[in-house]
Design a protein around this ligand. Structure first.
Ligand code: NAP
Length: 350
């Protein structure tokens, strides 16, 4: 039956969120948004920051009133009064930086994608388990109220059998952006495509069959990938990601009983409409599209997990992260996309 109202988002109680002492690795673009969200919307403490360029790290620390400043991440990790590290370096640094932070006994929140591939993801999971620490991927949308409402609608079977998911995520980037740089694991897949693959895994689990088509951006970097996934339930996911152009970034999740249409960009704060298949009843989710402000939800969730003694997030468990990485690995294999870090094992296989 079509519901009379949307479910209420389930967020951790403020009282159950301990105050952690945070350090940031990689004071770049997303780290600015993270620092703002943490400072303005949580009670968490930002106590340290580390980056390559001393002047840049210093300026970042002054902007966000961070007392400890390091131009070497190893030095920051020697701090005892530091509980958690947010890793916001480029994709191919997530794995080595994550290993270092876990080895130093810190809980880690790693920007998406957790790692370049499932092999690296599993190694992070193994080390976190050995150390008894929380390792969580910062797939920030998963922790927002909107995504919790989506999950409830799907779990409560409001959509009925879901046959089709269609989503795109394309953005125009200038050629100087790191996304065009093969040395930083460039291409749209890990940056933009991870939101698409992650959504399809959230709705229907790991794909059982994948067909992909790609277009190069030159210089050994993929520019566009189109993916067709078949899931065990029979659902098809039709996904496109590109770094050449802006696309609407919307998503449609179509079930027999009802269809969800998420306005672009589907993963960011913003509206969606749930419409019944017959009778045309509808319910709308409305919220300000205050994009990066909502990074605070992942910070709160992570801190809550630490407070609860959890070693894996119930909202974004490592099993889901690894399914997403596995699907992206398959797409890349079909398109012949090999990152520099993977080149040696690819060469030894051939
Ligand atoms: N959650 C989100 O919405 C979101 C949005 C954008 C990006 N991200 C993710 O966050 C990560 C960082 O993205 P970003 O856009 O913030 O990148 P960015 O602006 O280029 O920042 C990257 C940071 O890593 C540092 N870094 C360390 N080693 C580096 C190396 N070898 N080459 C280049 N930089 C290096 C940079 O150092 P310097 O300070 O010395 O330049 C910089 O501080 C990516 O994995 C991306 O997928 C997430």
């Amino acid at each position: 039956m079509f519901p009379s109202s949307l479910p209420v988002p389930r967020l951790p109680s403020e009282k159950a969120i301990p105050v952690l002492r945070w350090g940031i690795m990689g004071p770049g673009w997303i780290a600015e948004h993270f620092a703002r969200a943490l400072k303005e919307h949580t009670g968490q403490q930002l106590v340290a920051v580390a980056g390559r360029n001393r002047a840049k790290v210093q300026a970042f620390a002054e902007r966000w009133t961070i007392p400890a400043v390091f131009s070497c991440i190893d030095d920051m990790l020697l701090m005892n009064d530091l509980d958690a590290i947010y890793i916001a370096t480029p994709h191919n640094h997530h794995y080595p930086d994550g290993l270092k932070a876990l080895s130093a006994g810190k809980h880690v929140l790693i920007e998406k994608p957790l790692a370049l591939n499932v092999r690296e993801g599993e190694a992070l999971q193994t080390l976190a388990r050995q150390k008894g620490l929380l390792c969580m991927e910062g797939m920030w949308c998963d922790f927002t109220p909107k995504y919790d409402v989506l999950r409830q609608l799907i779990t409560d079977d409001v959509l009925g059998d879901i046959h089709t998911l269609i989503a795109d995520h394309g953005e125009f980037f200038t050629p100087d952006h790191r996304i065009f740089n093969a040395d930083l694991a460039g291409g749209p897949m890990l940056d933009l495509g991870s939101y698409l693959v992650s959504l399809s895994v959230m709705v229907a689990g790991a794909p059982v069959k994948i067909q992909s088509s790609g277009q190069s951006a030159g210089d050994n970097v993929n520019g566009q990938a189109s993916m067709l996934f078949e899931h065990a339930s029979g659902m098809h996911s039709v996904l496109n990601t590109t770094l050449f152009s802006n696309t609407p970034g919307s998503a449609v999740i179509a079930g027999r009983n009802a269809t969800l249409v998420l306005a672009g960009q589907f993963y960011a704060p913003g509206g969606f409409v749930l419409t019944s298949s017959q009778g045309r009843q509808s319910l709308c989710w409305e919220e300000p599209s205050n994009r990066y402000t909502q990074l605070y939800h992942e910070i709160q969730h992570f801190s809550w997990c630490v407070g609860q003694g959890l070693k894996d997030s119930p909202v974004r468990p490592m099993s889901t992260v690894l399914m997403t990485l596995t699907a992206m690995d398959t797409v890349r294999e079909q398109l012949g996309i090999v990152f520099n870090e993977e080149q040696q094992s690819a060469d030894s296989k051939s």
